[in-house]
Ligand binder design. Sequence first.
Ligand code: SF4
Ligand code: SF4
Length: 381
Amino acid sequence: MSIPLQQVARIGAYAVKQQIKGGKYPLVLMLEPLLRCNLACPGCGKIDYPDAILNRRLSYDQCMEAIDECGAPAVSIAGGEPLLHRDMPQIVQGYIDRKKFVILCTNALLLKKKIDDYQPSSFFTWSIHLDGDRQMHDHAVDQDGTYDVAIEAIELAKAKGFRVQVNCTVFDGANADRLAGFFDDMEKLGVEITISPGYAYERAADQTHFLQRERTKTFFRDVFRKGKGGKAWTFTNSPLFLDFLAGNRSYECTPWSMPLRTVFGWQKPCYLIGEGYVPTFSELMEGTDWNDYGVGKYEKCANCMVHCGFEGTAAADSMKRPLEFMKVAMKGVRTEGPMAPDIDISNQRMAEDVHSLHVEREMEKIKIEDPEGYRRATRAA
Ligand code: SF4
Ligand code: SF4
């Protein structure tokens, strides 16, 4: 485990305090200060908006308000591509000044050009989007050469003294041998790995959803088996989350633990599905009917095993079951034997199609708040 002690101690102390207080609390603020990107990965749900929305940016003040409001000890900045935001160095510094741990997620295409706008700090980590080895990643982002750019950026950032990790999303159809080989390569490079299965929502029969969850768990068992139960590699994920991926734990999500502030507002209920937007964090926490969401409750949740929904659950479980946490951390993830029973999804409510309504509302808002920007963007389209 190479996560710095300072980070473990600060976030751990915060979580213990919140756990004692009781109630729901955020661990990591997910921030999307823009949705524009310089890549166009197939199926990316973030870039498929009209230009007027892709041109929106959260200001420095809005970014600081988001962390001041929610009080999370860490922030993960994604997008779109955050390095396209011209105030990003100031935003990162604003968080560091507040002693918040900043994870800046990037596809690395602009990293070499922009790296000197940032300074190494124990509060700052580059998180490079890398979905597997050269062939896997270039295929996932649909652009040849991006893997090599990312590796060069990782080496440069490490040489300059930055902490670096890769965030790796695993999609259906991935090959366990190749993914394990990619993890070996990352271990040799000396970078940590944040891993998560991809989130996909498709209208499909319940049985298909069930099989997809089974496939995910079997796949992660196959991968971890090739790396001493995952111990051969350095993950930023908690051991109990990895154990959950391998089907050894049945967890319900805790979406409030990683709330999303995006250009639309605070997203209800979670990072993955946008069912509504509210202007303040307290409205998100108090105005969301959390019982409406989660595996077994809502069709869009049926396949979800994503880290931003379940890491918070694993963290809370680690505090409740420290011996189990230690056991998995020391011995690795169990890859044989029966799996924990999964949640029954037979009574989940049907998915609602709300996407186009949000787009229309946001376009109306932009028309009023920024008529010139709206005209420019719609003219260009
Ligand atoms: S790099 Fe990320 S935000 Fe950009 S298109 Fe790909 S998945 Fe979407
Ligand atoms: S299960 Fe549903 S509510 Fe929970 S994190 Fe996943 S998509 Fe979000």
